[in-house]
Design a protein around this ligand. Structure first.
Ligand SMILES: [Fe+2]
Ligand SMILES: [Fe+2]
Length: 142
């Protein structure tokens, strides 16, 4: 399945992904701090680790955008918070699934543009997003 986009459109889409990585990092920082209760101690530590990995993803995407001739965005997409622990984890899970869907498309688009190194970088990001998804599904007993 090819999804051809121009280089300009591709850079725009990568910037949208970057804005969601910023949002994910901030959301995880907030959630790991607010999650309380013995039942959530382990997952709170896990979320702190996710926050650091989302920040790494943001750096990797910004570097790819710069390499491709674009200007990395500093806008941040919508952050979701809640007072309810389970709801927070569901918000995080929703974000991970959205990222996974976007990155699968982005890999195809990068390859259609012959940007194989960018595709490879996004593949590595996709691997950690799927790990994040699994961590959250475990925490939610899904
Ligand atoms: Fe990420
Ligand atoms: Fe993630």
């Amino acid at each position: 399945m090819t999804e051809e986009v121009s280089l300009e459109e591709f850079i725009e889409k990568l910037n949208y992904d970057l804005e969601w990585e910023y949002a994910a990092a901030i959301q995880y920082i907030q959630h790991q701090a607010v999650l309380s209760g013995a039942a959530f101690n382990n997952i709170a530590e896990e979320l702190a680790l996710h926050a650091e990995e989302e920040l790494q993803h943001a750096i990797q995407l910004a570097d790819q955008i710069d390499y491709l001739g674009g200007t990395p965005s500093v806008d941040v997409q919508k952050i979701k918070i809640s007072e309810d622990a389970e709801k927070m984890l569901k918000q995080d899970l929703e974000g991970e699934r959205d990222a996974i869907n976007r990155y699968k498309k982005r890999i195809r688009q990068a390859e259609a543009l012959d940007e194989y190194a960018t595709a490879q970088t996004i593949r590595q990001i996709l691997v950690t997003e799927q790990e994040h998804e699994m961590d959250l599904m475990d925490a939610l007993d899904l």
